[in-house]
Design a protein around this ligand. Structure first.
Ligand SMILES: NC(=O)c1ccc[n+]([C@@H]2O[C@H](COP(=O)([O-])OP(=O)(O)OC[C@H]3O[C@@H](n4cnc5c(N)ncnc54)[C@H](OP(=O)(O)O)[C@@H]3O)[C@@H](O)[C@H]2O)c1
Length: 254
C-alpha cells in the first residue's frame, strides 16, 4: 500500500514550503499529492524534485465536483494517508459590504468547508500515527473587523480542528491547528485590500516560513493540538481569551 501526504495550497506561499518540509522529514513517503488550481505552477514546482514522486491534482476547492475527483482518486489508489495538510486559503480585508457576496462565499468554501470535506474523505484512509494539519490563523482567535468573514472562517477551522483532535485521539490520529500571524507569501503580497498604513498588520513581525513548517510537523507528531508560532502571536492568543471581544476589536481591526 502506498504511503502518501496530501498538501493543499501547494502552488505557492506556505503550502510550497510545507511540501519542502515534508520531503525532508518523511523521505520514506511513496508519493506526495499536490492540490491547487494552477496545474502548471504545481508541475514546475514538482520538477524541482526529480527523485520525489508527486501526483498533481489541479482542483478548485470551492467547486463541488473537485471533491468527487478527490474521492474517486482515493478509491482507485487506496493509499495510506500519513499526512493531510489543509493549507489553501484566501483572504479579503475590506469593510464587509465592500467585498462581493461571491468572494465572501468563496472564502467560506475554501477556508472552512473544504478542509472539513477533505478531512471527512481522507479519514477512512488514515491509521494510528497519521496526522492532519489545518492552517488556521491568529485572525481566528477573535473577530477581526474589516476581515470579518475571513476571521470567522478561521475561527471555524480552529474550533473544528480542536474538536477533531479530541475525537481522533483514541485512534492515534493527530490533529494540529497551526495559527500563524503575518507571513510574506502570495496572499500577503497580492492582497491589495490590505490597508497600506496605520494598520495593526504593519507593526507585526513576519514569521520564518521554513521554521514554522518544520516546527509544525514536529508538534503534530508529538500530539500537540494548537501551535501559534512567535511570542507576540502567542500573547495575542492569551489576550483574546481574557479580554471581552467587544473591547479587543478596537485593536484587532485592520
Ligand atoms: N500570509 C499570511 O499572512 C497568513 C497569515 C495567517 C494564515 N494564513 C493562511 O495560510 C494559508 C496559506 O496562505 P499563503 O499565505 O501561503 O497564501 P498564498 O501564497 O496566496 O497561497 C494560497 C494557496 O491557496 C491556493 N488556492 C487559492 N484558491 C484556491 C482554490 N479555489 N482551490 C484550491 N486552491 C486554492 C493557491 O493556489 P492556486 O491559486 O494555484 O489555486 C495557493 O497555493 C492560508 O490558509 C491562509 O489563510 C496566511
Amino acid at each position: 500500500m502506498k504511503e502518501i501526504a496530501i498538501i493543499t495550497g501547494a502552488s505557492s506561499g506556505l503550502g510550497r514550503v510545507f511540501v519542502e518540509a515534508v520531503i525532508e522529514k518523511y523521505p520514506q513517503l511513496d508519493e506526495i499529492w499536490l492540490i491547487a488550481r494552477h496545474k502548471e505552477l504545481l508541475k514546475k514546482f514538482a520538477g524541482k524534485y526529480p527523485t520525489q514522486t508527486f501526483k498533481i491534482l489541479p482542483l478548485d476547492l470551492t467547486v463541488e465536483k473537485s471533491f468527487a475527483v478527490f474521492r474517486e482518486t482515493l478509491k482507485q489508489e487506496q493509499p495510506l494517508i500519513k499526512l493531510l495538510i489543509n493549507d489553501a486559503g484566501i483572504v479579503s480585508s475590506k469593510p464587509f459590504q465592500k467585498i462581493s457576496r461571491q468572494r465572501q462565499e468563496m472564502m467560506i468554501k475554501l477556508n472552512a468547508e473544504a478542509p472539513m470535506i477533505l478531512c471527512y474523505d481522507a479519514l477512512p484512509y488514515m491509521q494510528a500515527s497519521s496526522g492532519i494539519l489545518n492552517v488556521c490563523s491568529v485572525a481566528g482567535f477573535a473577530p477581526t473587523p474589516n476581515m470579518t468573514t475571513y476571521s470567522a472562517t478561521k475561527a471555524f477551522l480552529f474550533d473544528f480542528s480542536k474538536g477533531l483532535y479530541a475525537e481522533l485521539k483514541e485512534r492515534g490520529i493527530h490533529v494540529l491547528a497551526l495559527c500563524p500571524g503575518n507571513m510574506k507569501t502570495g496572499m500577503f503580497q497580492t492582497n491589495g485590500d490590505l490597508p497600506k498604513e496605520h494598520s495593526v498588520v504593519d507593526i507585526l513581525p513576519f514569521l520564518d516560513l521554513r521554521k514554522i513548517t518544520h516546527d509544525s510537523l514536529e508538534k503534530l507528531e508529538a500530539g500537540q493540538m494548537v501551535f501559534t508560532p512567535g511570542v507576540i502571536y502567542k500573547l495575542y492568543r492569551v489576550i483574546a481569551k481574557l479580554i471581552p471581544h467587544k473591547f479587543l476589536m478596537h485593536f484587532s481591526k485592520v
